[in-house]
Design a binder for this molecule. Structure first.
Ligand SMILES: Nc1nc2c(ncn2[C@@H]2O[C@H](COP(=O)(O)OP(=O)(O)OP(=O)(O)O)[C@@H](O)[C@H]2O)c(=O)[nH]1
Ligand SMILES: [Mg+2]
Length: 178
């Protein structure tokens, strides 16, 4: 609590390039703290994605009059995995992004959910990105793949779109306060 304000720390995680940084940039009301560096592995670099997160993204927004949300998002590359423990300290909820165009993203998301569940008893949501792209799996297909994991709902998300981003965040917040 800061005055009457409740501060909710939320973790955003998910596979490389699933849209974590885009999500924080889109919904943050402050200029977000970003740690982007040029991608060193050429096979991971595309015209649309030249940089990757090497430490974290941090953004903030207000929801209603008395909730302040602090968003922390992880790097997606395996070699920065150690940041997970640092960033997840004190989180009240987590959003795991699943890239609908990348099959590996599903397995990564499930492993992240397990990792969060081992340490925290908090609400988690899966948010599926890139559903508009021609090579994307459908939301239903992704739901079917993820259905073995207990009580984590699967929502569509376009991290480039503020309304879409806020909708997903509010769904998570309502689970936290209920
Ligand atoms: N068409 C489309 N593009 C998307 C969508 N979500 C994300 N992208 C694009 O995919 C790229 C994602 O890049 P980032 O936001 O850097 O992803 P990230 O998860 O932070 O990546 P790392 O930090 O490297 O793990 C950006 O170019 C986004 O514009 C989507 O729903 N539709
Ligand atoms: Mg990033």
């Amino acid at each position: 609590m800061v005055g009457n304000k409740k501060v909710f720390k939320i973790l955003i995680t998910g596979s490389f390039g699933s849209g974590k940084t885009t999500f924080v940039k889109t919904i943050s009301e402050i200029d977000p703290l970003l740690t982007e560096k040029n991608i060193s592995r050429p096979e991971r670099r595309t015209e649309d994605k030249q940089t990757t997160t090497v430490a974290m993204d941090m953004g903030k927004l207000k929801v209603g009059n008395d909730i302040e949300v602090h968003l922390f998002s992880t790097p997606g590359q395996e070699r920065f995995e150690f940041m997970f423990d640092i960033l997840s300290k004190g989180i009240l909820g987590a959003i795991i992004l699943v890239d609908a165009t990348n099959n590996e993203s599903i397995e990564v998301a499930e492993n992240l959910a397990k990792k969060i569940r081992e340490k925290f008893d908090i609400p988690i949501l899966y948010a599926v990105t890139k559903l508009d792209l021609p090579n994307a799996k459908s939301l239903e297909e992704i739901k079917a793949f993820l259905s073995t994991i207990e009580d984590i709902s699967v929502e569509p998300l376009d991290p480039r779109d503020k309304e879409s981003g806020k909708e997903v965040l509010v769904k998570l917040l309502s689970k936290i306060v209920s």
